[in-house]
Design a protein around this ligand. Structure first.
Ligand SMILES: [Zn+2]
Length: 359
């Protein structure tokens, strides 16, 4: 017994990790207090999304993941990405009781506090990962962030949690390159804008074409010094797992491996699930497990930690099933399944992305 444990410790330390690194889950009860239905009855972004996730995970003892409270982000952390004017506008609007930021995005008095903890959870996760306290992390807070642009909150999002965590890693934690995969069914326009001209963040988004927010064309590869460091892969309504996995495996992952990130982050929305009311793709919970395993294997090969940040997903039961499948896949040792290259869209996407990356 002792010999076995000692051998395990040696082999795990050999690739740079402490023995049995825990997986960390960040959350905060403030996520339950932000409720856009106070302004728009029937709004799909509800506290029940988080309640469904946590009820399901509690029933399986959180799959052994260690939970940590998401701290509040400081305003200076928000301002790593956002203008002080936007931060102040949202803070003041919430303090005054709330209101509409745009036709989809509403805040109430508790929303600012919820948003600080959502950004803080992503930042605390990045810090813990870079400190090698864990090899994988998940920040399960709301409001989500990937539509929030540097100067504009939109699309249910106030501050861009994943972008703030990426920028924190680069500016304060010594990370040189961050890869962000956005698998939410909507284009991650906010993250794309934050890093559009940057060569130290590779941003890839797979999203349904023709729905909100309307950005993310295949030919938009970033600008200036950041040209090539944005990968947009729109898919048609009705797309299934085969296409998503093919684009991930045959277009996104080879580019990401060449980029050699020191931190891998995922903007994990689950609204590409077939049950989701806001879009029309046809993924299953197992599809997200497949994607998570591919990301886990990429991160492991590169010796980079992997952090996942919750974005969308508006059918609470499906969302909870998907999050559980993701956590299980991030922590298990099942190999990622290889997908056959889907002929039409994958080859068109590969032709575009191979202008910048060897595929
Ligand atoms: Zn979404």
């Amino acid at each position: 017994m002792q010999i076995v444990s000692a051998g395990r410790a040696v082999s795990e330390q050999a690739d740079g990790w402490a023995p049995s690194p825990p997986a960390l889950y960040f959350h905060h009860r403030a996520s339950l207090e932000h409720d856009p239905r106070a302004h728009m009855p029937g709004h799909p972004d509800t506290p029940e999304r988080i309640e469904a996730i946590e009820r399901r995970l509690a029933a399986v003892d959180w799959l052994g993941w260690r939970r940590r409270e998401a701290p509040r982000a400081r305003e200076s952390q928000l301002e790593l990405i956002h203008g002080a004017r936007l931060v102040g506008m949202i803070r003041d609007m919430c303090a005054a009781g709330g209101g509409a930021i745009d036709p989809d995005t509403f805040v109430g008095e508790p929303s600012y506090r919820a948003a600080l903890h959502a950004a803080g959870g992503a930042c605390a996760m990045a810090r813990a990962l870079i400190a090698r306290e864990a090899r994988v992390g998940f920040s399960g807070a709301r409001p989500s962030g990937h539509h929030a642009e540097p100067e504009r909150a939109m699309g249910f999002c106030l501050f861009n949690n994943v972008a703030i965590a990426a920028e924190l890693a680069i500016r304060e934690l010594g990370v040189r390159r961050v890869f962000i995969l956005d698998w939410d069914v909507h284009h991650g326009n906010g993250t794309a804008e934050a890093f559009r001209r940057r060569a130290d963040v590779l941003f890839a988004s797979i999203h349904q074409a023709g729905i909100y927010p309307g950005t993310g064309a295949l030919t938009d590869a970033g600008s200036g010094a950041g040209e090539g460091f944005t990968i947009n892969l729109p898919v048609p309504a009705g797309s299934e797992e085969d296409l998503w996995l093919s684009l991930l495996e045959h277009v996104v992952l080879p580019a990401a491996a060449t980029f050699a990130p020191e931190l891998v982050l995922v903007s994990a929305g689950y609204d590409a699930h077939r049950a989701d009311p806001l879009a029309n793709c046809r993924l299953e919970a197992g599809s997200f497990a497949h994607m998570a395993r591919h990301l886990r294997e990429l991160a492991h090969r590169l010796g980079a930690p992997l952090g996942v940040v919750l974005e969308g997903g508006y059918e609470p039961a499906a969302l909870a099933e998907c999050v559980q499948a993701t956590l299980a896949a991030l922590a298990d040792d099942q190999p990622a399944v290889s997908a056959a290259p889907e002929a039409l869209l994958t080859s068109r996407a590969a032709a575009q992305v191979s202008r910048y990356w060897p595929l």
